[in-house]
Design a protein around this ligand. Structure first.
Ligand code: ATP
Ligand code: MG
Ligand code: MG
Length: 413
């Protein structure tokens, strides 16, 4: 048998774990850079893994030396070293006992990852390309007059507005809702000296997300951008808790309009892979972009069961290996799906009822699947998810899955 292609993966969390679950049957080897026993490593044993941080340049180079292509499950990585690996190469032994440089392609492109890392720059770029976004302004550096800058944002946007850390945020951990001038002091203290920006508050009707696959030919020319269906995402305290496919109570044309905006966004990026485009649906029907993730995403977990022929993970692998089937159309195999995140509760056993329920609810009209990430439970941490797929409408599915929804809500209460 030919040597299996090796995909080097920066980050070994749950997204990496599900990527590995898809890679096995497809005959791809995944080399993971993360801590020993990280969720992805638990699910994928081989002697290519690297132990260490996906922020450590030396470890990233070691990973690259063992890989045919590099990809990420998290955008908060060192893009300087990714640029060097893709353009100059890493040292590998040559046949004469010396060393030579090997260039390893990075997908999505390091330029895309670098742009997306800075949420402010990311949206400035999208704005310049004519993509609808919420108004935003940079906040003065710590040390300069931050409070005056927060005041200026209030004058522009009114209260409340959203203050965001430009880099390193996830699960809303870099967000601060500024409700009044009394919040300025706390905001400055809580946000520390990281770069900040302010965003107009968006009184959205619904949050949506669209996964998009981006393929390129060998020369790096854009081939296709293909959307998955738009889904409705529910965020509580800025963390995604539930996903509904299709969105409940959305006008018929929302699907196509959301997909159009998402595809426009992804056509302006670089490299191959899957991308999540998080969107706000406004009351007047307008769809605006919140942010992009250059990788598989929480809102796309449901595709494992609802689009089994091409889940977001399989799509990521096929796209980066330039092996995406020609003329493929992304068509869900079921009319409805819902996903509930399992977030760690106050006690390590807080989620036991929820996981137990997932084992009981499957019936003739609904299949329920549990995904445990093999992570230690901590309050608010994503430690697993449950997907229910339905054989009729989303409203019927929601009715049948009510115990799951209630159990997840009870944990948060
Ligand atoms: P993640 O990367 O995990 O999706 P994040 O930390 O990058 O999250 P955002 O996506 O910027 O955070 O925001 C998290 C949530 O906060 C959004 O999904 C939305 O519910 C809410 N939110 C963000 N920006 C605004 C805004 N301008 N107006 C109203 N709500 C907002
Ligand atoms: Mg984000
Ligand atoms: Mg987000």
């Amino acid at each position: 048998m030919a040597k299996k292609p090796v995909i080097g993966l920066l980050g070994g969390g749950q997204l990496g774990r599900m990527l590995c679950e898809s890679a096995g049957p497809l005959g791809y080897e995944i080399a993971i850079l993360d801590e020993e026993n990280s969720p992805a490593k638990q699910a994928n044993h081989n002697d290519l893994h690297v132990t260490g941080s996906f922020k450590d340049p030396a470890k990233i180079k070691l990973l690259a030396s063992r890989s045919d292509v590099l990809t990420v499950e998290i955008e908060h990585v060192d893009t300087e070293v990714l640029e060097e690996i893709a353009t100059v190469g890493v040292d590998v032994p040559d046949a004469q006992g010396g060393m030579t440089k090997k260039k390893v392609p990075v997908h999505p492109d390091w330029k895309t990852i670098r742009l997306i890392q800075d949420k402010y720059q990311q949206k400035e770029y999208l704005g310049q390309k004519g993509i609808p976004i919420a108004e935003q302004m940079a906040i003065a550096d710590a040390g300069a007059d931050r409070k005056a800058s927060l005041q200026e944002a209030a004058a522009k946007y009114g209260f409340p507005y959203m203050l965001k850390g430009a880099k390193g945020s996830y699960d809303g951990r870099g967000n601060f809702k500024v409700r009044s001038p009394e919040d300025f002091e706390t905001a400055c203290q809580q946000m520390g000296d990281q770069p900040l920006y302010a965003e107009r508050w968006v009184p959205f009707e619904m949050e949506l997300a669209v996964m998009v696959v981006r393929t390129e030919d060998d020369a790096g020319n854009l081939q296709k951008v293909m959307p998955y269906p738009a889904v409705e995402t529910i965020h509580e305290d800025s963390v995604c808790t539930k996903v509904f496919f299709p969105p409940r109570n959305a006008a018929d044309d929302v699907q196509t309009r959301a997909q159009k905006v998402a595809c426009d966004v992804v056509s302006h990026l670089w490299g191959r892979g899957v991308f999540a485009v998080e969107l706000f649906l406004l009351r007047d029907g307008q769809v605006i972009v919140n942010e992009i993730a250059p990788r598989p995403h929480n809102s796309g977990h449901y595709t494992i069961e609802a689009v089994p022929q091409m889940s977001q993970y399989k799509a990521q692998l096929c796209a980066i290996m330039n092996d995406f089937p020609e003329n493929f159309e992304i068509v869900p195999r079921v009319p409805s799906a819902l996903m509930v995140n399992i977030l760690g509760g106050a006690k390590p056993t807080s989620h036991d009822d929820l996981t137990e329920l997932s084992r009981k609810l499957t019936n003739r009209s609904m299949d329920v699947y549990l995904h445990d990430y093999g992570k230690q439970s901590k309050p608010g941490r994503k430690i697993g998810h449950i997907t229910a797929i339905g054989y009729s409408s989303i409203s019927k599915l929601v009715e049948m899955a009510q115990p799951l929804i209630m159990s997840a809500d009870k944990m948060r209460a």
